[in-house]
Design a protein around this ligand. Structure first.
Ligand SMILES: Nc1ncnc2c1ncn2[C@@H]1O[C@H](COP(=O)(O)OP(=O)(O)O)[C@@H](O)[C@H]1O
Ligand SMILES: [Mg+2]
Length: 415
């Protein structure tokens, strides 16, 4: 079963496409990886990869070619020694075809169906910037996938916070739809109206009565005397995980000041306090990356020295003592480290802890090149995938119908 990892950002130009390509190529050393271009209309993947494409999303939508057959390998030109046989990408159509670029429900469902059935271990989605439904429909309800930030474009953190808020609102709206099983647990008042009126007021940023979802939970607590329900809603919010990478990294001070601190504050203010945030790593600013991009060659491919790994992940994870810094240590990771079995530790969520994580990473990673940066992020990804429940990072399938989505969300419903 594939793990689907969406890559998104608040703004364009932060390096999503560059990151997605190199990340997916690096991931493919550990398992079949398919990168899908969901920034339809800009042809960004095909413009960044010097490969001839036979079938793309045009053929999938219009000519009924199965999505697996629309996967293009790197080919001879980019990978002459066939070092990355497990990598492939699905290109978006050449140029803009309105019906595809601004796709509606039918194409969305078709796309979700295709992505869910891709034969791969990892599926990376290169999304468009911003937060309309063509982005939100491809994000899981339990985490952000990977958000890309750069200290060079600090305003992107505000839009990214809006993405987090938007996913959580979608999730809450779903939990509170008319036919939600949740209403079976509370009775008496018209709770449908109560919940949704409250959500409307929080969503309305001009209404300052309820500023964020913490206020929502407090209000709920006062209104309904059903601790199980309140607890479920509270954990639906608090367990939402935020993962990000810092692109064009230029030192910890800049990143702390222009990205980590403002993002953290923004989330606390406008979404909820204490949400788990995890920095997966960074990619340094390097003119080589830009130069290679212009040549349509992914930077990690240049001067390749390593072939793909078969199952060597455990060794790698042991090797990198700092690998899981800030991701929350699982019981098995702690065992590996200290030989003392203990409970899993939650990921740090305070700002001080976030900055501490950045500092600790810097001690081990500051001298490293962009290639090492991608490896570090890849290994942390694999660590999360292997050590954490499936919905903690990425997802195993994208939800299509409301019923399916609701089922997924409520599967942990208190009984
Ligand atoms: N780490 C980096 N170092 C140097 N240049 C970068 C880096 N990441 C991205 N770029 C450059 O930034 C520009 C925007 O990158 P791109 O991946 O197209 O962003 P997005 O997909 O978010 O719009 C490109 O010109 C790219 O070459
Ligand atoms: Mg892009």
């Amino acid at each position: 079963m594939a793990r689907i990892i969406p890559v998104s950002s608040g703004k364009g130009g932060v390096g999503k496409t560059t990151f997605s390509i190199n990340y997916a190529i690096d991931l493919s050393r550990y398992g079949r990886t398919v990168l899908v271009d969901l920034d339809l209309g800009t042809s960004s993947l095909r413009n960044s990869l010097d490969v001839d494409v036979n079938y793309d999303l045009y053929h999938y939508f219009r000519k009924n070619v199965p999505l697996d057959r629309c996967v293009t390998p790197l080919g001879r030109k980019l990978d002459p020694q066939n070092k990355y046989p497990l990598f492939g990408f699905v290109a978006s159509p050449m140029g803009m075809i309105d019906e595809i670029t601004n796709f509606h429900d039918k194409y969305r469902d078709l796309l979700i169906e295709g992505i869910n059935s891709l034969k791969a271990s990892y599926v990376v989605l290169d999304l468009k910037a911003g937060l309309d439904s063509r982005v939100l429909d491809f994000l899981p309800y339990t985490n952000t996938g990977v958000l890309v930030f750069t200290p060079h474009l600090p305003a992107a953190v505000y839009t990214a916070a809006e993405i987090v808020k938007a996913i959580l609102f979608r999730k809450l709206r779903l939990i509170f739809t008319r036919n939600s099983p949740l209403y079976k647990m509370v009775s008496g008042l018209d709770y449908y109206k109560l919940f949704n009126d409250l959500l409307d007021r929080i969503e309305d940023t001009y209404d300052r009565t309820f500023i964020n979802l913490d206020a929502f939970v407090t209000e709920l607590e006062g209104a309904i005397h059903e601790e199980r329900v309140v607890q479920f809603i509270r954990s639906s919010i608090k367990e939402f995980r935020i993962f990000y990478v810092l692109n064009r990294f230029n030192g910890i001070r800049e990143s702390a000041e222009s990205v980590v601190t403002p993002f953290h504050k923004r989330i606390n203010e406008t979404v909820a306090e204490g949400m788990p945030m995890m920095n997966l790593g960074w990619v340094v600013e390097d003119e080589e990356i830009n130069r290679m991009n212009n040549l349509r060659v992914p930077a990690v491919l240049d001067r390749v020295t390593q072939t793909h790994h078969q199952g060597g992940v455990d060794d790698k994870i042991r090797e990198l003592r700092q690998l899981y810094v800030g991701l929350g240590k699982t019981a098995s990771a702690r065992k590996l480290e200290k030989n003392t079995p203990s409970q899993a530790v939650a990921a740090p969520s305070g700002l001080d802890e976030q900055l501490q994580v950045l500092n600790t990473m810097y001690e081990s990673e500051s001298k490293k090149s962009y290639r090492d940066n991608f490896q570090y992020i890849t290994l942390r990804t694999l660590y999360l995938i292997r050590e954490r429940p499936v919905d903690h990072f990425g997802d195993i399938r994208l939800g299509r119908s409301h019923a399916e989505l609701l089922q997924g969300i409520l599967k942990r419903e208190p009984s």
